[in-house]
Design a protein around this ligand. Structure first.
Ligand SMILES: NC(=O)c1ccc[n+]([C@@H]2O[C@H](COP(=O)([O-])OP(=O)(O)OC[C@H]3O[C@@H](n4cnc5c(N)ncnc54)[C@H](OP(=O)(O)O)[C@@H]3O)[C@@H](O)[C@H]2O)c1
Length: 336
């Protein structure tokens, strides 16, 4: 397999990729040939097998987050190392790897060697691509953002989503009670199957009233909110005195500027994390990766792969993840 891959690269020097020349709606996504990137002395070239689709890809496509153009989408992938830079010591050609990086909606990605983790035998490429951003985000949040303890009650918005299902499983594992919010009964069932003790279907139930009923009017020790604009007020209301509100995403839009005094009445802590700041050093990165792979190996977490798309259908993946109809993880399979 590997020699033929290398031969393909050297004869064409081109690969398929999905990129944007300008930010905007899904029609701005272009599926076309671009040059295969070149490694530098400290990087490796990965032939991608599966890459993850994340909400951040839609923010980078639509202009919610700035990018320099042209911009190849994608922040995570799993595949085979096909070339290494002269200084690289931690991986070799032929290694199966997973990584977080840029420009992963492509046949090949140039990745800093220190961002690459070797896959243990038995870990499938699709599971590796599915576990990266979402599980690391969930686990850093419950172990560092707010250290979930036995007996806590934690509110998780979008509890049947990619990050949401993992949060439910992890929080249950840590001994706390999970209250999830979802939009449909089908999502409620899935959230329950994954560890949510109580689920609020917010399309027909009042979230604040239900949380008050469930917590004896005390509210939750922590509220984990990846929905953003539309849930901010409820999240603030549902966080108990001395509690922690973590706003980690913008699925419904960016939270508008807030007055810091909104935290005063209950002495709240507010956090707005981004995963990559948890992985700034090699040591930190290795620690968090090894912990999430350990959770997978011990079956503390189960991955839910919603759908696998071909690269040329990345547009449909973006439509789907923004449609609120998906649960769990969306992946792209690379074929060449
Ligand atoms: N800070 C970080 O480092 C980091 C890293 C990874 C992800 N995130 C964030 O985590 C959040 C979840 O990501 P994910 O990939 O797991 O996505 P997801 O939860 O699978 O999908 C988003 C969910 O949000 C809910 N939602 C509520 N209002 C919505 C609206 N107006 N439009 C779209 N969705 C809406 C929907 O669930 P219901 O139908 O149940 O309402 C939808 O399924 C995103 O905001 C993402 O940016 C942050």
């Amino acid at each position: 397999m590997l020699p033929s891959l290398i031969r393909t690269m050297s004869t064409t020097n081109k690969m398929k990729a999905v990129y944007v020349n300008e930010q905007g709606d899904v029609d701005k996504l272009i599926y076309s040939d671009i040059p295969i990137p070149k490694v530098n002395e400290n990087s490796v070239l990965v032939k991608n097998r599966f890459v993850g689709v994340n909400y951040i890809d839609t923010y980078q496509r639509d202009g919610t987050y700035p990018v320099s153009l042209p911009f190849t989408l994608g922040r995570e992938g799993a595949g085979d190392v096909v070339e290494v830079g002269s200084n690289v010591k931690n991986v070799e050609v032929g290694d199966r790897v997973v990584y977080l990086g840029g420009s992963t909606y492509a046949d090949y990605t140039n990745v800093p060697a220190e961002a690459v983790e070797r896959l243990s035998e038995g870990v499938k490429y699709e599971d590796a691509a599915a576990i990266g951003i979402q599980a690391l985000t969930a686990w850093t949040m419950v172990r560092d953002g707010y250290q979930v303890k036995k007996g806590d009650t934690i509110l998780v918005h979008a509890a049947a989503g990619g990050v949401g299902l993992l949060l439910c499983q992890m929080i249950r594992h840590l001994g706390a009670t999970v209250i999830g919010t979802v939009s449909t009964d089908e999502k409620a069932t899935l959230a329950r199957e994954n560890g949510a003790d109580h689920v609020i279907v917010y399309t027909r139930e009042n979230v604040v009233e239900r949380v008050n009923e469930l917590t004896n009017n005390l509210g939750c020790h922590a509220v984990l909110d990846g929905v953003g604009k539309s849930t901010w007020d409820d999240s603030l209301a549902c966080t108990r005195r001395l509690g922690t509100l973590i706003s980690f995403g913008n699925a419904s839009g960016v939270v508008p500027p807030i007055k810091i005094q909104c935290l005063t009445a209950k002495n709240l802590k507010l956090m707005r994390p981004q995963l990559f700041a948890y992985l700034a050093t090699r040591e930190e990165s290795q620690k968090w990766w090894s912990e999430v792979f350990d959770l997978l190996a011990k079956k503390v977490i189960k991955l839910h792969i919603h759908k696998i798309y071909d690269l040329e259908n990345a547009k449909q993946a973006h439509i789907d993840i923004q449609s609120r109809k998906t649960t769990g993880k969306l992946l792209i399979r690379l074929r060449s």
